[in-house]
Structure formats: C-alpha cells, structure tokens
Design a protein around this ligand. Structure first.
Ligand code: 8DG
Length: 231
C-alpha cells in the first residue's frame, strides 16, 4: 500500500467552489499517477476535510454536477421564469449567453485586458474570449476570439473548467474556460478592438491586475491556477 501525503503535494482544503474544483482536478491526476480507483476520490476528499458544502455548488443545491455552477435557488429560478409570463402566456425567454474565455499562457504569465463600455464587467480585467457562434467548437471559438481581439494565433487548446453564472437576475452567462499557448512565442498582442478593451498585457499569478472580473477573481481566490491543472 502506498501512503501519499496530500498536503506535501500541494493539495489542501479549498476556500471556495473554484478551489474545490481545482483540488479535485489535482486529485484526479494524482489518483491516475498512483493507479488508484476513481471511486476512492470521495474518501480521499473526505479525509482532507473538504466539507460537503464546499464540494457542492454554493448557490445551486440543484446542481451537484458542476462545481462552478452559480445558479440561484429554485425559488429565484421560478421567480425569474414567472417574469416571462405575460397575460397568462409564457413569452420566450432569452437563451443563456454561451462563451469561451482563454487563459493564454506564456512562460509564467497570462494575458489580460481591461474591458470598456459593455454591460458585464465594465472596467475590469478579463481574458480574451467571446460568444460561441452557431456550429462552432470550443477550440474554433477560442482561436477566432483570440485572433479577433489580440491578433494572436494560439495552439494546444485544453479545457479547464466551466462557469455558469447569473448576473443581475437577467444576464445568464455560461462560459467555458480553456488554456492555450502562442503558436509563435515571439508574437505580441495588439489591441484590435479598442472600443471594447484598453489594451492587453502579460501578468503573472502573483501580480494579477485589479479590479479583476468577478468570476475570475473568485476562481483565483479559491486557488485556481491555470498553469498547474493537469489531466
Ligand atoms: N472576454 C471574456 N468574457 C468573459 C470572461 N468570463 C466571463 O464570464 N465572460 C463572459 C462575459 C461576456 O458577456 C461573455 C462573452 O464575452 P465578450 O462580451 O467578451 O464577447 P464579445 O463581445 O467578444 O463577443 P462577440 O459578441 O463578439 O462574440 O463572456 C472572460 O474572462 N473574458
């Protein structure tokens, strides 16, 4: 039998749901390395004292699947749906917005830009990214949005996590986060959409720009590290 001290491997109880997700990613990786059956994961997590509530989405008791699903309680969901009933008829509510955001990693840095004049996240730092277009894969969307916003070409795109968020009880964003690397490390980012962004800069994890877009800020505070996630 192999005994593994999880703390010496940098795995510790997480502060919030995003950190829990990160720990679970690390655990999965570790379990694979040690050929441990996946069913053991719950036991290991329990022994780390990641409490039941930190493994479940904080605001979404109905969704035990996605740890980054910040949907409200079923009561609020019912209220929101009810607001679409006019004269006893349910009008067609808008579909949630679906997007892809990209952690572009270069050395120990990643790319952020300060957002301008948009409804969500104005004046905060975000990753390059945007809405999924009909028929598009995550990879295609990531490449297209990064090219449109920064002029950069990216490669080795990998899925990291997903974030299902409701803002102001009306804007529902379902965003998939990926990471990628520059196709040519000598490329420099350009600010191709100056009406939407003040410019792109590289930042390392210990010197993140402020103010950070809310969901990203929560992820980092929870210990999320796009460099260290391994599958
Ligand atoms: N760009 C970006 N958007 C993000 C991030 N996290 C997150 O939830 N979003 C959300 C906010 C946006 O309303 C949504 C889509 O991104 P966007 O607003 O930048 O899209 P865009 O104008 O470039 O899109 P498009 O309509 O041109 O496709 O994704 C992030 O890190 N970067």
């Amino acid at each position: 039998m192999t005994t593994v001290n999880l703390r010496t491997l940098g795995i510790s109880p997480a502060r919030n749901i995003h950190g829990s997700l990160y720990s679970v990613h690390k655990l999965n990786n570790l379990l694979q390395q040690h050929h441990v059956q996946k069913s053991v994961i719950r036991l290991v997590v329990k022994s780390m004292k990641i409490s039941e509530h930190s493994l479940k989405p904080a605001f979404s008791p109905n969704c035990p699947i996605f740890l980054t699903c910040n949907m409200p309680t079923s009561n609020l969901t019912t209220q929101i749906r009810a607001s679409y009933v006019k004269n006893g008829e349910m009008s067609h509510p808008p579909a949630p917005e679906t997007g892809v955001s990209v952690f572009i990693l270069k050395g120990n840095k990643m790319l952020f830009g300060r957002r301008r004049s948009v409804s969500v996240g104005d004046n905060t730092f975000l990753l390059p990214g945007g809405h999924l277009e009909p028929g598009e894969s995550y990879e295609e969307c990531a490449k297209r949005e990064v090219k449109e916003e920064t002029g950069l070409d990216i490669k080795n795109i990998e899925l990291l996590t997903s974030n299902n968020n409701l803002y102001y009880e009306e804007t529902h964003l379902d965003v998939t986060y990926v990471r990628a690397y520059l196709s040519d490390p000598n490329q420099t980012p350009q600010n191709i959409e100056p009406d939407k962004c003040e410019g792109w800069e590289w930042y390392d994890l210990n010197n993140l720009p402020e103010p950070m877009f809310g969901p990203l800020s929560e992820m980092f505070q929870g210990g999320f590290d796009p460099f260290r996630i391994a599958f």
